[in-house]
Design a binder for this molecule. Structure first.
Ligand code: EPZ
Length: 429
C-alpha cells in the first residue's frame, strides 16, 4: 500500500489550482440518471470516489466519455465527462459497488423517479459515525414511495410515479436533500422540502437540474420548492470549486507560513472558515484569480469552533483545523456536532506531539511549540489530510500510511503541495 512521506519545516509559497468539488461532482453525476439525454459535466476532479461512482453508473447503463485534452489545457485542469443514461438497464445497486462510498446510495432518488423502482444496498463510506438512511426513506415515502428494507437492501417502489409532497427534514442532511430534490423533479405536482441543507453543493445541483429543465426555487435556503415536470433534457454544467480543498490548503499555509494563491477558489463558498482563519492571525485576501493566503512571522491564535451545517464551520474541515490549532498560542476547543465519531485523527496527531484531550464531542487543544515527525495512519479522508498538514509543520519525517483515503478526495495532493516547496513524496509498495 502507498505511503506519503512528508519532511516538515518548509514554508509554502506559490500557486495551487483548486479542483472541482468532489461533493458537488458526485450528486451531479448521479443526476445524469434522470434524463435520456446526455449530461456534460466540466471541471470534474480526477478522484477515486468519482471513478467508483462511474462504475456504479455504468452498472445502471450509463455510458460515459471523457473529453481529450484541449490545446493549452494543463494536467491540473478538471476533466469534461459526458454521461448518457439513454436506457437504464438495471435498477439494482449491488452491495459490492455501494459499500465503498456512501454517496452511491443516492442513486435511489433518480432511479425511483424515472424507473419507479430501485433496489439499493445500504451504504458504506468513511467510518465517522452511524450514518443512517432514515431521512432518505421518510422523504421518499412522503412522495408516495413504498419502501422496505430487506437483507441489507433498501427496496423502493412507486408504481404510477412519485407524487409531490410537503416534507420537513427533522435533521439537516446534505445527501437526503440532494436525493429528495432529484426525486421531486420528476414527481407529479409540487414538492416543498423544509429544513433542507443549504450547502453550496445543493445549490450547484439545483442549478444543473434547472438547466436540465427542472423547476426549482429556494435552493440555498432551508425551503426548496420543486414543481415536477414530465421529462428532463440534456445539459452542460461546470462543477463548482471545492471549498473543502480550498480550506485545507489555506490551513496548510497557515500552518507552515508563507504565501499561496489558491487559484479558482471562491471566497463566498467558505466565508465562515476564512473569518475563523483571519481571527487566528492568517492574512486572507480575495483577489480576481481566487484567494491569497499568507502568514508571515505572526504566531497563530487559539480560536474555538463548533461544526455546523452550512453556512456554519464545515465538519469536513474540522480535522484540518485541529491540526492547525495544535501549534497555536494557548488553548482552543472544537465541538463536533455533525458526526459522532469524527475525532479519529486525535490519537494520530498525538503521535506528532500534539496535546489534545477529548470529552465526548468536544476536543480541547493546547498549543505546543513544536511537532515532531512520526509514522501515522490515515483513518478517513479529511483526517488523513490533517496528518499531512501537521507533518508539513513538524520537524523531521512523517510517514502517513493508508493513503487510499486521501485519494478519494484530494486530487494530486503531492504535486500541489510540492509545487509550493513542500517536501512530500508518495512511496508505492
Ligand atoms: C455529506 O455527507 C458529505 N458527503 C460529507 O463529506 C459531509 O461531511 C456531510 O455531508 C456533512 O456536511 C458528500 O457530499 C458526498 P449528512 P452526507 O446526511 O450527506 C445524519 C467528505 O469527507 N443523517 O448531511 O452523508 C448523519 O448521520 C464527506 O467529503 C441521519 O441521521 O451527510 C449525520 O449525523 C464525509 N439520517 C447528519 O445527518 C439520514 O438519513 C448529517 O449528515 C441521513 C443523515
Amino acid at each position: 500500500m502507498d505511503q506519503i512521506v512528508v519532511t516538515g519545516g518548509q514554508r509554502l509559497n506559490g500557486t495551487i489550482k483548486i479542483s472541482g468539488a468532489k461533493n458537488a461532482a458526485l450528486p451531479l453525476m448521479i443526476a445524469s440518471l434522470l434524463s435520456e439525454e446526455p449530461l456534460v459535466l466540466e471541471n470534474v476532479p480526477d478522484l477515486a470516489d468519482v471513478n467508483s461512482l462511474i462504475r456504479i453508473l455504468t452498472n445502471h447503463g450509463v455510458d460515459h466519455r471523457v473529453d481529450g485534452k484541449r490545446r493549452g489545457q494543463m494536467d491540473m485542469d478538471g476533466r469534461t465527462i459526458h454521461f448518457s443514461a439513454q436506457e437504464i438497464v438495471d435498477t439494482v445497486a449491488p452491495y459490492e459497488l455501494v459499500a465503498k462510498m456512501r454517496a452511491s446510495f443516492w442513486v435511489i432518488g433518480p432511479l425511483l423517479a424515472r424507473m419507479h423502482e430501485a433496489k439499493v444496498s445500504l451504504p458504506g463510506g468513511c467510518a465517522i459515525g452511524t450514518r443512517p438512511v432514515d431521512l432518505f426513506i421518510a422523504s421518499l415515502e412522503a412522495m408516495g414511495a413504498d419502501i422496505t428494507v430487506d437483507a441489507g437492501y433498501v427496496i423502493a417502489k412507486a408504481s404510477g410515479g412519485l407524487k409531490g409532497a410537503e416534507y420537513e427534514f427533522p435533521k439537516v442532511s446534505v445527501g437526503a436533500t440532494h436525493v429528495a430534490m432529484m426525486a421531486a423533479t420528476l414527481a407529479s405536482g409540487q414538492t416543498v422540502l423544509k429544513n433542507a441543507a443549504r450547502e453550496p453543493e445543493v445549490v450547484d445541483l439545483a442549478t444543473c437540474l434547472t438547466s436540465m429543465g427542472a423547476r426549482i426555487s429556494g435552493a440555498g435556503t432551508s425551503t426548496i420548492v420543486i414543481n415536477g415536470v414530465e421529462k428532463l433534457h440534456g445539459a452542460r454544467h461546470r462543477v463548482l470549486p471545492d471549498r473543502i480543498e480550498t480550506g485545507t490548503y489555506a490551513m496548510a499555509v497557515a500552518m507552515t507560513g508563507g504565501e499561496v494563491l489558491l487559484k479558482g477558489a471562491e471566497p463566498g463558498l467558505l466565508q465562515e472558515v476564512l473569518d475563523v482563519l483571519t481571527k487566528a492571525g492568517v492574512a486572507i485576501e480575495p483577489v480576481n484569480e481566487g484567494i491569497r493566503v499568507s502568514r508571515n512571522g505572526a504566531n497563530l491564535k487559539a480560536i474555538d469552533i463548533v461544526t455546523d451545517p452550512y453556512p456554519g464551520f464545515p465538519t469536513d474541515l474540522q480535522a484540518q483545523f485541529m491540526a492547525l490549532m495544535t501549534k497555536a498560542d494557548g488553548v482552543s476547543s472544537i465541538q463536533e456536532t455533525i458526526f459522532e465519531n469524527r475525532f479519529m485523527h486525535v490519537q494520530e496527531l498525538a503521535r506528532l506531539g500534539a496535546n489534545i484531550s477529548l470529552d465526548g464531542q468536544n476536543a480541547k487543544i493546547t498549543g505546543v511549540s513544536e511537532l515532531t515527525g512520526a509514522p501515522v495512519m490515515a483513518t478517513d479522508l479529511r483526517a488523513s489530510v490533517s496528518l499531512v498538514i501537521a507533518g508539513l509543520a513538524a520537524t523531521g519525517k512523517t510517514t502517513v500510511s493508508r493513503v487510499y483515503h486521501l485519494d478519494r478526495g484530494f486530487e494530486r495532493l503531492e504535486q500541489k503541495l510540492s509545487g509550493c516547496g513542500a517536501q512530500i513524496e508518495r512511496i508505492s509498495s
